[in-house]
Ligand binder design. Sequence first.
Ligand code: FE2
Ligand code: FE2
Length: 210
Amino acid sequence: MVSVAQLPSEKLESFFSTIISNPVRHSLWLNTLSLLEHIGSRKILLTQSSEETSEMILRHATEEARHALFFKKAAKSLRPEFKPGYHTNELLQGGSAKIYFAKLDAVVRRELKKAGFSGHTFTYLAYLYTTTVIEERAMIVYTIYNSVLESAEHSINLRNLILEEEGHLNEMSSELEKLDPSYKSRLKDLIDKEEVLFQKFFTRLNFVAA
Ligand SMILES: [Fe+2]
Ligand SMILES: [Fe+2]
């Protein structure tokens, strides 16, 4: 299988350099990240609440909720008068952000159904794969974003948040390894599919960055 070409990191770097130079757009971007973290947290609680709910799931949902709060506070720190909810005009390409998440979720579910999973294993694997693919993306995006923030000596720093995302990623992969014998090839395929969805989202973001 041929891999989908990855978005060059220079494109992300230049996007972040442009975004952070404009406090209004930067605050909208931070609130968009808050929305994505919030959707993640809400999804974990909605789909993983059962008699099987583990410490890992509660911790993960809690940390994503905390990330949502972190980004919303960071958005406000740039513009004290900005008291955002998640209305479209308080986000940077909020519609595309929601579509990105929803499509990814749909792709993961479709592929797992095709592979014959059902019941509790299906629901749990859907959570594990969606989260893993998003965490992989978060590691790329947050790491580049943070390096741009650090070189600009910006007041916002993502170091602790990145460490928590890294922790989630490790937990997810050990669970996947236990439950799905084809996890490596399935994950690679899903990461390729996510790349296509992210590039569409990024094209829209880039369009409004400058
Ligand atoms: Fe997060
Ligand atoms: Fe996470």
